[in-house]
Write a protein that binds this ligand. Structure first.
Ligand code: ZN
Length: 286
């Protein structure tokens, strides 16, 4: 049975195809943990219980709920640079010989409708498919890799370009890890929900204007390759996130960066939409 998993006000939730949410602990008689991180260790149970929610009363519509990052505190958040040919071209960079991996620190994660707090005058958007590891492991072969994926979600790899390139060689990590620079959600969709989990339409709009549009089948290093590569170096854990890279159309290519009041709308077919307003920091937080 397929599932859609969410974090509503800090509690694990299952979501049906109509967008109604169900408290996961309630509908499982306490079997599924209230805590989203602990519930994510129960992926098999999520599959099973998801098949029983159709005829039960929901807790409301997800669109009206306090939706938070479905994985709020993963052990690791990996991201991949230059993983679409079109984006490598617009960045005028050579294609990497191996996956160009950097980290987004988990503290940057934020909810699907939360504000992005701008770091300066060169904040940029990057719409990305995010892989959520379901079963951990080492030395995973590409042909087995999808079996380690618990589900897929939508992500924004927000980037402060000035900070990203402040040092030489560039250090991507900090420039992409300011607080609120990692919106994810609104749900994690189990991979068995898709006809082809490796070919999904990804779009990004700024104030309703389409800036990015591509299919995840155009990834240079695809999901199995990334999982195999990473797990050959380190142990992947349940809940680890992999931001798989962004296609062409980022603000840096046209020098149109994010400003106060802009709304970033990021959608992946079959998963859902992030809608993040941009804000400048409050004086008190500086
Ligand atoms: Zn990125």
């Amino acid at each position: 049975m397929t599932f859609r998993f969410a974090n509503v006000a800090g509690r694990s939730a299952l979501v049906d195809s109509a967008g109604r949410w169900f408290d996961a602990s309630r509908v499982s008689d306490g079997v599924i943990s209230v805590d989203p991180m602990a519930a994510w260790l129960q992926v098999e149970v999520l599959h099973r219980v998801s098949g029983t929610i159709d005829n039960t009363e929901s807790d409301g519509n997800l669109s009206d709920a306090d939706v938070r990052p479905p994985i709020p505190s993963p052990r690791s958040v990996f991201a991949v640079g230059l993983n679409y040919q079109s984006h490598a071209d617009e960045s005028k960079m050579k294609l990497p010989n191996a996956p160009l991996i950097f980290t987004k620190f988990p503290s940057c994660l934020t909810g699907p409708n939360d504000p992005v707090i701008l770091g300066g005058s060169t904040d940029d958007y990057e719409a990305e498919l995010v892989v959520v590891i379901g079963r951990g492991g080492r030395d995973i072969r590409p042909k087995d890799a999808w079996g380690y994926v618990g589900g897929l979600t939508v992500g924004q790899d927000i980037s402060d370009r000035t900070l990203q390139f402040a040092a030489e060689p560039a250090h991507f990590d900090l420039g992409k890890s300011r607080d609120t620079y990692g919106p994810i959600g609104p749900v994690i969709v189990s991979t068995d929900s898709f006809q082809d989990a490796g070919d999904l339409l990804l779009t990004c709009e700024i104030n309703g204007e389409r800036r990015q549009e591509d299919r995840t089948s155009n990834l240079i290093f695809d999901v199995p390759t990334l999982i195999s590569y990473l797990s050959g170096i380190l142990t992947l854990s349940p809940g680890d996130l992999i931001f798989t890279g962004t296609p062409e159309g980022v603000g840096a290519a046209s020098l149109r960066f994010l400003s106060d009041g802009d709304v970033i709308t990021t959608t992946i077919e079959g998963i859902g939409t992030l809608k993040n307003p941009c804000r400048i920091p409050q004086e008190a937080h500086r």
